[in-house]
Ligand binder design. Sequence first.
Ligand SMILES: NC(=O)c1ccc[n+]([C@@H]2O[C@H](COP(=O)([O-])OP(=O)(O)OC[C@H]3O[C@@H](n4cnc5c(N)ncnc54)[C@H](O)[C@@H]3O)[C@@H](O)[C@H]2O)c1
Length: 330
Amino acid sequence: MLTRGELQQAVDSAGLVTELRSAMAGYQEGGPGSRVRSEPSRTVTAMVLAPGLAPGIPAYTVKVHAKNLGRRPALTGVICLHDLHSGDLLAVLDSGWLTAVRTAAGAALGTLVLARPEASTVGVIGAGEQGRAQLRALASVRRLSVVHVHDPDPGAARAVAESIEGVGVLRDVPVHVHPTARAVAGESEIVLMATWSRTPLLGRADVRSGTHITSLGADEPGKAELNDDLLAASLVVTDDEQLYGDVLAKVDTTLPRLLRYGGRAAQTQGRSPCTAPSAYPCRTSSPPGTPTNELAPARSAPTSTWSAESSHSTIVNRRVPRRSQSPPDA
Ligand SMILES: NC(=O)c1ccc[n+]([C@@H]2O[C@H](COP(=O)([O-])OP(=O)(O)OC[C@H]3O[C@@H](n4cnc5c(N)ncnc54)[C@H](O)[C@@H]3O)[C@@H](O)[C@H]2O)c1
């Protein structure tokens, strides 16, 4: 069993964007896995996501996960890593932090592919675990000039500044706290959203043309971060049409425009498909999170399992030194 702290030491989060790019391109054939969700009580959503599969990795993941917006951390559970051929259990990993980094890496990949290459001003709306992880992941692939933050919890907004102190590439980047989501969007070329909102926070009039938005919070039916008029004016990209289609069922005008990250990212090999003038003034990526996204970070944790006997009794948590973060070149 690897704990949150052990995973933070072991997983090379800086390399995850690259790993995810190939895993997501691969699921064009195999599909992204499926998820089952239920609400066992008024405060908890229970989820199972499986199987997480990727080409060339002889393992799969099964995540058993709970969401409770009143708790910190809000997401808790485990990811089981199994041998692909024998089914043997290779490791059990705490799921909270791993979910944050895999989601943030997917969001960074989406931004890299979709945002205008020169975009450098970033807004964070919802500055919890996921908002902070998104900012760090984005900074590993894109040079950022200023960070604007809104969160109704002033402590969360301040935590953004603290959380990036140790991130070399963000050291001198100013952080401004704003009283509303709209104020953040008005200042930002890239907007990262990770709230629990059930009412839209931004509409078309709040966002400048050419803005890229990542909306992570709308990952379940009933949750919403973007107004219909903004979605209708956007090129909407998701990592799974079916999952996001369910979330967006009411906004049926956008569905024909849904693209998949994986295919796009693979086809364009890092170049933005949106550099040409677009019929859509905004680009929105809304990754609801797929099992496939789990496998890349999960397999990078217990590295010894890939050479040792496939039995959980033989697993040794051989720590992999974290790479120092290199300056982004994008
Ligand atoms: N798409 C995915 O794959 C994925 C993965 C993980 C989390 N999520 C979602 O991301 C969201 C955040 O998760 P987290 O783990 O960071 O939670 P968290 O509780 O750590 O952080 C959420 C933050 O959002 C703030 N917030 C809540 N409502 C807000 C509003 N209306 N406006 C601005 N800020 C608001 C809260 O004060 C808090 O600081 C949740 O909705 C979660 O389900 C999605």
